[in-house]
Design a binder for this molecule. Structure first.
Ligand code: NAD
Length: 274
């Protein structure tokens, strides 16, 4: 790293996103919402992209109180036309996107012998089609602007490890790592970085829903699902928090050079160790 680049890294330790336009998918809830809040605190204009306009708008209104510009965009990440139209809307309102967090996600649990093909396709569509469509739209704007940018995919410890009952989720989260690495290679000449964050269990609506579902499938209590399934392999029996994930996202988003690209960072209380 050159001295100039090192000075840039030192300056970026303040982790400012001033002047940047950040689009976060699935930002009306859970991890995505906290990332949008933290990015706004760091000075970015934030776009809240989520399935429903009213949910996205409520979050955008809440975050606007931090003194940044916000925009709510109704976007189903599995719908090519909706994704492209959403990115056009952002370009017209704020200019090109500098940071994408492809975060929207769902969970469906069942043993593979009972997994409905329609559920398999639905889950892959949200995570993989959504990751592809949103990153393609972001890369197009980043190349056209000449400014490059930072793309973040929301992976999971399930990008590295498997768990029972989660065949499409584990397949999709592993797949996002491959997509991120390709974009890191193709994007480098355009100053586009691409990385993956891999959280452990975070108590969001996505996880709250699966606690009773897993209890039923595995024939154990909800407390046992938490202690003996979800947090069993952590170093301290703790859930990861939305803040833990948002701070990791801020570091990736603010990092100024291609030194930090094609990587995945596991934030999981030691559940998975590299
Ligand atoms: P959440 O349910 O709180 O939020 C998910 C958001 O995605 C919701 O606002 C939902 O409306 C939106 N969404 C769903 N389908 C969409 C679609 N087709 N288009 C646009 N938006 C859509 O869940 P969360 O826990 O915050 O999960 C966010 C991401 O983090 C997901 O990719 C998930 O797989 C990942 N993740 C979560 C955990 C965890 O333990 N919670 C752990 C690792 C990774």
């Amino acid at each position: 790293m050159s001295q100039n680049a090192a000075a840039e890294v030192r300056a970026s330790c303040q982790l400012s996103l001033k002047g940047k336009v950040a689009l976060v998918t699935g930002a009306a809830s859970g991890i995505g919402k906290r990332i949008a809040e933290v990015f706004a605190e760091a000075g970015a204009d934030v776009v809240i992209a989520d399935l429903k306009q009213d949910a996205a708008q409520a979050t955008a209104d809440e975050i606007a109180s931090k003194g940044v510009r916000t925009l709510a965009v109704a976007m189903d990440v599995t719908d090519e036309a909706a994704v492209d139209a959403g990115f056009d809307q952002v370009q017209k309102a704020f200019g090109p996107v500098d940071i994408l967090v492809s975060n929207a996600g769902i969970q469906i649990v069942a043993p593979i012998q009972d997994f409905k093909f329609s559920d398999w396709k639905k889950l892959l569509a949200v995570h993989l089609d959504g990751g592809f469509l949103t990153s393609r739209a972001a890369v197009r704007q980043m190349i056209a602007s000449g400014r490059g940018g930072s793309i973040l995919f929301m992976g999971s410890v399930h990008s590295k490890e498997a768990s029972k009952l989660k065949s499409p989720y584990v397949a999709a989260k592993h797949g996002l790592e491959g997509l991120a690495k390709v974009i890191a290679k193709e994007g480098a000449e355009h100053n586009i970085r691409s990385n993956v964050i891999c959280p452990g269990f975070v108590r969001t609506p996505l996880v709250e829903k699966q606690i009773p579902e897993q209890a039923q499938e595995l024939g154990i209590s909800e407390d046992e699902v938490v202690k003996k399934v979800m947090l069993k392999d952590t170093v301290d029996g703790q859930f990861t928090t939305v803040d833990d994930v948002a701070q990791a996202a801020l570091t990736f988003a603010a990092w100024p050079s291609n030194a930090l690209t094609g990587q995945s960072l596991v934030v999981s209380h030691g559940w998975f160790m590299q």
